[in-house]
Design a protein around this ligand. Structure first.
Ligand SMILES: *Cc1c(COP(=O)(O)O)cnc(C)c1O
Length: 368
């Protein structure tokens, strides 16, 4: 239907930077003179080893990962990490603390309960996850195995601008939907994980960044593929890794460094979010953001269309249909919350956000 690239606001899998796609296209049939695509290379070849090294080096450079942290690539998506983290990091007889901020922490809780007692240190479920808890609301367990948070709640559009003070208790963060969108201090975390398909590359691989010593907590009788130890010892090459996904992560990290690194990426993301939220806030109440202002996500902008003092689902449906015709994809809210959502991941250009705002203003004029 579209002969050109459309404005892609998908929540995940999501937009990938055009220069990354073009580079992958250029190298697709003949990767670095091998006469093969990356997908056809042996994962034990020198060429692939270099690809893996580029991906690791790229992640380390972009996120400023300290030496005593491992950078791992694991299949099974972020959802497998919901189980792997408690399997590996739960200490016998200790609780796991979890801050309940949406669907993804609920899923993490469900898995964690299979391995340990879970203590909900705070929850905003009663407010339909429209905000994050405030620091003073947290009831942390002093000797917990770890504290689990989701740094950006993809479905409800909230994002942390602060971190819980957990002392010696490791902080574990699901960063699937805001990894590499802003600088982070890796040292504040014990373990970070992220499915690649929002900000890093294609689906099929999860990035794990972890303090290496934490891998030694795991019982040695866990299945080999479910121990972080294995991935650390074998440099993510115990078995055939998701080679193409790792390659795409390498290209994406190199692209970030080329455009000025994580601070440049953050500046772009702040500008895009500011453009969209101010269009919503200045629409005279026609569009209304659903997340509490201080907790608004830069990555996932959730909003509703209001008419006669109530959200208007029919009008939202029409908005999505008209937007699709006009070349804007992925604006329907998650099935569990409804409404509208524009995901503004790294690869979404300011130009696309400007065009979306123009469309929104026109739609409001016609239907407001
Ligand atoms: C998308 C997403 C997930 C699920 O990722 P999968 O790779 O599909 O398992 C988990 N957590 C967050 C925050 C997400 O955005």
């Amino acid at each position: 239907m579209f002969s050109h690239r459309i404005h892609n606001f998908n929540a995940g899998p999501a937009a990938i930077p055009l220069p990354v796609l073009k580079k992958a296209q250029e190298e697709f049939l003949n990767f670095e003179g091998t006469g093969m695509s990356v997908m056809e290379l042996s994962h034990r070849s020198k060429e692939f080893e270099r690809v893996l090294e580029r991906a690791i080096r790229g992640v380390r450079a972009v996120l400023d990962v300290p030496e005593d942290y491992a950078v791992l690539f694991i299949q099974g998506g972020a959802s497998l990490q919901f189980a792997m983290v408690p399997m590996n990091l739960a200490l016998p007889g200790k609780k796991i603390d979890l801050i309940q901020t949406g669907v993804w922490t609920q899923k993490a809780e469900k898995e964690a309960r299979k391995f340990a007692e879970v203590h909900i240190a705070a929850s905003t479920e009663a407010e339909n996850f429209s905000r994050l808890p405030r620091p003073e609301e947290l009831q942390l367990t002093p000797d917990a195995s770890y504290v689990h948070i989701c740094s950006n709640n993809t479905i409800f559009g909230t994002e942390y601008n602060w971190l819980p003070e957990t002392g010696d208790v490791p902080l574990v963060a699901d960063m699937s939907s805001n990894i590499a969108s802003r600088p982070i201090d890796v040292r504040k975390y014990g373990l970070i994980f992220a499915g690649a398909q929002k900000n890093l590359g294609p689906a099929g691989v999860a990035l794990v960044i972890m303090r290496q010593d934490l891998a030694e907590r795991a019982p040695k009788n866990l299945p080999t593929m479910l121990q972080y130890r294995t991935y650390i010892a074998e440099n993510s090459l115990y078995n055939t890794p998701p080679t193409f996904g790792i390659y795409m992560i390498a290209l994406t990290m190199e692209y970030i460094l080329e455009i000025g690194g994580i601070r440049a990426v953050e500046a772009r993301n702040m500008a895009k979010a500011e453009t969209l939220y101010s269009a919503i806030d200045n629409s005279g109440g026609f569009y209304r953001a659903t997340a509490h202002k201080p907790d608004r996500s830069r990555m996932n902008v959730n909003f509703r269309i209001w008419k006669n003092n109530t959200p208007d689902e029919a009008l939202e449906k029409q908005f999505v249909a008209e937007a699709e015709k006009a070349g804007f994809a992925g604006l329907k809210g998650h099935r569990s919350v409804g409404g509208l959502r524009a995901s503004l991941y790294n690869a979404v250009e300011q130009h696309s956000v400007n065009e979306l705002v123009r469309f929104m203003q026109d739609f409001a004029r016609r239907h407001g």
